[in-house]
Structures are given as structure tokens and as C-alpha cells.
Design a protein around this ligand. Sequence first.
Ligand code: ADP
Ligand code: MG
Length: 575
Amino acid sequence: MHFNELNLSQELIRAVDELGYTDMTEIQEKSIPLLLEGRDVVGRSNTGTGKTAAFGIPAVESISPAEKKTAAVLILCPTRELAMQAAGEIRKFAKYKEGVRTCAVYGGASMDKQISELKRGANIVIGTPGRVMDHIRRRTLKLEGIRTVILDEADEMLNMGFREDIETILADIPEDRQTVLFSATMPPEIMAITDKFQHDPVQVRIKTAQKTVELIEQFYFEVAMGRKTDALKLLLAAYTPSSAMVFCNTKAMVDQLSDELAKAGFRAAGLHGDMKQAQRTQVMNSFKNKATEILVATDVAARGIDVSGVDAVFNYDLPQDNEYYIHRIGRTGRAGKSGAAYTLITGRRQLSDLRALERFTHASIQQMPLPDKSDIIAMKKEALINTISSSEASHHAYDILDRLAANGIDYREAAARVINSAIQKKIDSLPEFEAARPLRKGRRDGAKTVKVDISIGRSKRIAPNFILGALVDATGMSGRDFGKIDIYDEHTTVEVPESELDYIIDSTDSIRINGHQVQVKAWKGTELPLRRQSSHRSGDKPRFDRKAKAYGSKNKKDIFSDYIPNRKKRARNKH
Ligand code: ADP
Ligand code: MG
């Protein structure tokens, strides 16, 4: 259905035309007529389906001459970026319509400027819940005239802890208003808001999960624990995307990873909610105009951000929520273009999470081997040969060559030195990384096991995954090669293959765990005292016994379930 089949004013049709929109997207087709009628709507659709226009066009269209001086429409968005983006788009719809004044209000930006915009009579106000509350308290935003309120990305706003603000705002807006809510997911908290604050809402649901990811090729790489950063560097060096997004689950990881990538010579920058607004805007602009090639971001910071031409999305961490996976990979392959999504996983638990994602997206995620460092070097050489082959030299270059020759550096040597400066930096920035781990005999071979003793324990807030991560990192062995881990107050024992005992002790010579320097020695104890200790309520008893599955909490299980000894799994499979 074309936009001009709607009963829109000429001003709106013209603006929409100018944006190059011809046909409506599904969510637009279903919700714009309802919104124009004034109905309450709950819209559920994935990112990239055109929700901004779905509520923005009716919002602009609905502004009447009488509303020139008062806030009539309030749009709440979860982040500053989204508020800015929505405001920008709505201004485009309003280009030819007189009397529409928009104002974007969000934290981290000048209060005075927002106040003066509101005072001048903004009638469409777009903002984040926190800052909107601020303006309400200062009476610089008056709710009396609001007759339409729109919650964009409602689920995300709840995830970010805006529930109370949203409820306060909704409770203070006159009751005979129109309430519109858009969300990618419909958790019970959203339903509760719907029940409490909407009148006879129409549900509009668009299932686009498959559609959005159809054109995106999805791959995964199995990476040894603690080696994801190295693996990512290899992937970026091998695929050389000119615009890529990398997703992490924490702000700290975003900082650390963007730093490391920048140090390795990639044009990378991080984006997350703790950054100053000016900095975030600068990072986004630099990514949009392709000066920054790699944007490392958290889900929240990147939610809904619409940048065209993203070649690839990397999931450094698996998303905590399946829906997020779709949001993430939807950043590439936009506007019908193809894209690629690469996911890094470590351990069996993550592999099974990945399989669940496959079922969720109805798409296959294929395993790929990590690129080999020598292949990448060969590619870089090839690329340099091509560049040099297709370039020309000026007389200045020949002049320099001749002068160098006069100083005893012949042409071949001179060329080699210049080429070296072009290639060596690229080679140096590649991680020392063996894609194929040393083939060590691990527990999987059913080999005889012994225990090592590690001089750190529960008193230093150690968890099994810290121990295992450090061991894998130091030895290059796989997590599966290690067996049972028992953590005591001051020390920890780990079951290891007997054949690897010397190797493990050698290679953990300078191991650090959770910031502490520790010693790894062969364990001289016997099973007996251990069992006796664990029967005591207090004392130096093991905090964690995997065989006993001592912990029931979900998080702990998540951490540990990668490391169930292989032998046990095999035994289980037999049944
Ligand atoms: P969502 O909020 O659902 O994630 P957006 O509103 O950000 O989606 O829209 C995604 C992209 O699609 C934007 O670049 C927008 O300009 C574009 N778009 C929206 N509606 C249409 C349409 N009817 N035709 C073409 N492009 C559209
Ligand atoms: Mg949106």
C-alpha cells in the first residue's frame, strides 16, 4: 500500500515522497490508519521495520493550529541516540507542515536550550524518561495539553529501569489521551502497563524475525577460553570490513575491547551509556561517515540505531536474550542489502545457546574455522602487490631512489625497506595466536588423572571459571581437558590428565588468577580427607563440587555447566 492511499495532507505526502518512501512497511500499513483515528495501539515488531514513521507520521499529521503553543504529543525513547534519531526523522515529516515544532529532551545536553525550545511552544516533545521527568518537575514541560503519548522501544525502557518514571509520567497525563506503545518483545511488565494505562488497545503484531535475518549470512567460530580478542583481531584482519559493529554485554568490555582494537591499529571506537553525550554523538557521527570502521557497543547503546552500509556484525559475547541477537544482526543487511554476522563462542554451554538461537531465528548458523595467521599474511602481501602494481611513481620517487643508490642502498634494498614499512605494521598487529591448539592429551581420552593444587581459594573470591580460564590461557589446552575443580578457603584443586602434569606445572609458572600471583603444584593430598572435610558444615570444605552439583542457582549453573567432565557426559550419552 502506497502512502498516498492514506488520507494524509498534501504536506505530509510531499515530505514522505521526498524521503523516497513509496510503499508502507507492514507495521506502518497496519498502525498508521488506527493512529490517525485516535485509537490506542500496542505494536510489536522488530527493529528496522519502520516504527518511527509508523508513529511519527500520524503525530505530525495530528497537530492542529490550536496546538501551536502547547506540548500535544509526547514520545518517550530509551536512549539519547534514539530520541535524537526519532526527532530528526519527525522533523523531516514536518518539513512542509506549518506550526509543528519538535523538541528533543535528553540527559547530557544543555537544559537551558531545551527549556527555551519548550517555551517557544514545542508541540511534539521527544525525550528519554529521565530528562522528561526533570522537565516535568521544573514545570518547563506541562502535561495538561498532552493528548497523545507514545512509548517507543517500551521493553528496552523497562530493561533500563525506567518503569517508575514511565508510570509517573503516564499517571500525570490527562486520561482521555491516546496511548501508543511499541515494543520488540512483550514481557509481562509491558502487558501490565498496557492494562493499566491503555484504553481498549488494538494489538498490531508483525512477525519479521525471519524476514530481517533472511539476507544475513550467519557464522560462528569456536574460540579457546580467553582468546576471543585475539580471534576477533584475526577476523577483522582477514575480512577487512569497512564498517562493522562488535557487540559486547558489558560497558567495561566495550572500553577494553575498543582500546585493544585501536592499539592494534584498527579504526575502532566504543559506545555505551556511561559515556558523555558529546562523546557519544561524536562516535556515532564518525561511524556514520565511515571514519570509524569498527563500532564496539553494548546492546542498549546500539539499540535501534540506523546506520547504513554496515558490512558485518560481530557478537563478541552471545547476547543475553534471543531477541537481542536479531536486533544485533539486523544492523547489517539493512534496506534489503546482504550482510554477515559472526559470533564467537567458547565452550559447550555457549554452543548449546547458539543452537537455541538457530531455532529461534529459523536460520542456520554455520561453523567456520578461524582464519590462519599465515593466510592473512599471504592476503596482505597479495593486496600490497596489487596496490603497487596499479600505482605510478613520480619523478620525486626516482630522485630519492637515485640518491639512495648513490649512498650505497641499491634499488632492490630501497624498495624492500619501503615495502617493509607498509607490511610490517600489519603483520605486527596480528595476535600471536595458534588457531589450532596444541594437541595435548586431555581427559577426553579417558586418560588417568591426577590433581594439581593452586594457591588461591574462596577467601579471594575465586570462582571455578576464573581458575579454568587462567589454566586454559596459560596452557593452551581446552577447558574440557580439565576435570573436577574443588575450591577451599585458601586453595583449590583441579583434576588434570596425568600425562600433562609436568607440562601444566611448567606452563603455569607465572600464572595470575583474578589479579593474584599463584603457585600451581602437584597435589599430594588424598581423596579421603577431602571427603571427610566436605561432610563438615564449616572448615575448609570445598565450596563447589561439580559431581555433587552443589549449586542450584541459575547463574552459577551457567558458569559451571561448560566444565562438566567429559567422561561423565559420555556416560550420560550412552543411556
Ligand atoms: P525501527 O524503529 O522499526 O527499528 P526505523 O523507524 O528506524 O525502524 O526505520 C528503519 C529504516 O527504514 C530507516 O532508515 C527509515 O528511514 C526506513 N524506512 C522506514 N519506513 C520506510 C518506508 N516506508 N520505505 C522505505 N524506507 C523506510
Ligand atoms: Mg525505532
